[in-house]
Every structure is written in C-alpha cells, then in structure tokens.
Design a protein around this ligand. Structure first.
Ligand code: SAM
Length: 325
C-alpha cells in the first residue's frame, strides 16, 4: 500500500530525474543563455539512483517516471532502466522525452521494460517548433513518436505547453490528431518557470483551451481510468484518441497530488514548486534504513499545496529542466 502524507494523500509516484542536460533549449523551460550545468561529480551515479528507487518502492511507491533534462542523452540509461524495471513491487515504469532520440532508442527502451512514454511536442509547424525549442527538428520528433509505437509502446501521450501568441493557434490541429489515432494529446498550462516568456501575457487557461476547441469540435468527458494523472480527459465523439487538459495554475490539483520528485543531484522535493528540498546524498553513504527514513520524511512532509500564485512575482527560481518538470 502506498504511504500516506500528513494531509491524507497516498503517495505512489516518483519522478526521478537522471540528468540536467538537454539536447533542446525550449523557450518556456529555460532562459536563452541556458542554465548552469551540474558538475558530473554532482550528478548521482546509476547505482545511487537505483538505491533511491529501491528505497522508494520498498516504502510503497509503485510508479516511477524517468525525466530530465532529456533522459535519453545520458549514457548507460538502457542498462539502468533494465535494473529499474526489475524492482519487485514496481507496477509502472514510464519515461518523458522530447522524442528526438527515440528513433534509435525506442526498441531498447521497450526491451528494458519501460511501460509507457510521454513525448513533449509543442508545435506541428516546423518553423514554430524550431523557434520554440531553439533549434529542434520537428520531423525527428515525429519520427521518434512513430518509432515508439512501432516498437510496441502503447499510444504515446503527447504533451503540449500552450503559450499565447506562439502555439495557441494550433490547438485545433493537435486535437485533430486524436480523430484517427489512439494517442492522448495533453494541453498543459504554462507555468512561470525561469524562461523566456512573460507569464501573464503567455498564459492560456485550461478553461480557454477547452472553450476554443469546443467552438470547432464537440467534446465529451471521459471517465478517468486512473492512468491520466491530473489531466481532465475529453474525447471528440467517435474519435480514437483523447484530449487531456492539465491545469496546475488555474485549478491546481494539489489535493490529489500523489507524487514526489528527485533531481539528478539527489534533491528530493515534495512539490515541484518547493524551492528547497532535501539532499539525499548524505544518506547514500549510510545504510538502507537511513535512506528509507529520509525519503519517508520528505513524503510525509509534502506541502499541502503550492503557493506559486500567492507570490508577488510569478517566477520560479529554477528552470524545469533542473527539476524534471
Ligand atoms: N526532456 C524531457 C521532455 O522534453 O519531456 C523531460 C524534461 S521536461 C523539463 C518535462 C516536462 O516539463 C515537459 O513536458 C515540458 O513540457 C514541461 N515543462 C517545462 N517547462 C514548463 C513550463 N514553463 N510550463 C509547463 N510545463 C513545462
């Protein structure tokens, strides 16, 4: 049974970042000059990441998502994933990627025991994609998605961060992708990260997203199957795929949040917007019970809700690539 925090939430999900490095520089994720890179010596070894994962599963966590940076750029990842997927008690191993390296990696990821993939893809227009990602090649990302599905992964969830004036004119194009494929397209509200965009003008609420789609396609709600996390899910009647809307800003889902995060340097956070966190490094030189106790404390002390909107200045002191989104 997943452990409970002091607010009565069962915590079953760990987002584990394996690197802060990324092969893209998405404008909504980091500033133009990039972010200072962690020293190689600060990044946890795969052995330490595995110890942390085992400790988390022994406490009752049963879903792990690998994130970054871009997780696929870390050498040795496949071997690590094989060990991770073999942990007894782990029910789901997922990975979030920008898809650029999936063409080469998808079959190996599948063989290593990854159950499902989320791909971040924020525009279907090559020029916008290149501008938004500061140099990314849309065709490579789309190829990666196709390769994942050919390798036997369930239909990929595509995550699109909606930014006014940049990609919000593509909402209906994304939705149309669900007509004939069983993918889930997930629209995510832009969060005020340490990024290129001014939050108030770039932000598009989930309500507006649904309203704009609703002018073109009728939408019916889909009952949760427990796999959609915080997304509210809809379908165009008769479509194969679904549409998810994730509203961390306009309608936060803290009351049902079931996750903790660990950065590539081993900082455990009970909340994405938690500026601090607890370094697990000192506990890695001790025994397993100390590590379990440290993790359990982070989990128990998970904040009741995020307070991003209460702050005077809507900006986070870190970029998402440092925490893993
Ligand atoms: N490289 C991987 C990827 O592209 O998915 C994993 C890391 S990325 C930081 C994880 C997630 O954070 C992505 O889905 C990305 O869209 C999301 N993200 C980054 N900055 C964001 C922001 N300012 N608002 C909302 N989501 C953001």
């Amino acid at each position: 049974m997943p452990p409970m925090d002091t607010h009565g939430r069962r915590i079953s999900y760990l987002r584990l970042s394996v690197t802060d490095r990324c092969n893209l520089r998405c404008q909504y994720c980091m500033p133009a000059e990039g972010v200072p890179k962690l020293l190689h010596t600060d990044i946890l070894s795969f052995e330490d990441l595995l110890r942390i994962a085992r400790a988390a599963v022994s406490l009752g966590i049963d879903k792990i998502r690998i994130t970054g940076g871009e997780p696929l750029v870390r050498k040795g990842l496949i071997d690590f994933l094989e060990h991770l997927s073999a942990i007894g008690g782990l029910k789901e191993l997922a990975l979030t990627t920008n898809g650029l390296m999936l063409r080469q990696c998808a079959p190996d990821l599948r063989r290593a025991g990854v159950d499902r993939l989320n791909v971040s893809l924020d525009s279907l227009r090559p020029d916008t994609f290149a501008t938004l990602t500061r140099g990314g090649d849309l065709e490579k990302a789309l190829d990666g998605i196709r390769a994942a599905e050919s390798a036997g992964f369930p239909p990929v969830k595509m995550n699109m961060v909606v930014i006014r004036g940049i990609n919000d004119s593509e909402l209906v194009d994304f939705v149309a992708l669900t007509l004939n494929t069983s993918r889930e397209i997930r629209f995510i509200e832009y969060m005020p990260a340490n990024s290129a965009f001014d939050f108030p003008s770039a932000f598009v609420s989930g309500e507006e997203i649904l309203e704009r789609i609703g002018k073109v396609y009728p939408l019916e709600p889909v009952a949760s199957n427990g796999l959609s996390g915080p997304a509210k899910v809809f379908r165009i009647p008769g479509a194969l795929g679904t549409i998810g809307v994730i509203t961390p800003m306009s309608n936060h889902f803290c009351a049902s949040c079931n996750r903790i995060r660990i950065t590539a340097s081993g900082v455990a956070k009970g909340c994405l917007f938690d500026g601090g966190g607890v370094s697990l490094k000192p506990y890695l030189s001790g025994g397993d019970s100390e590590l379990q106790a440290a993790l359990m404390k982070v989990l128990r002390d998970k904040p009741e809700r995020h307070h991003l909107l209460d702050r005077e200045k809507l900006i986070m002191p870190f970029s998402m690539s440092e925490v893993g989104g």
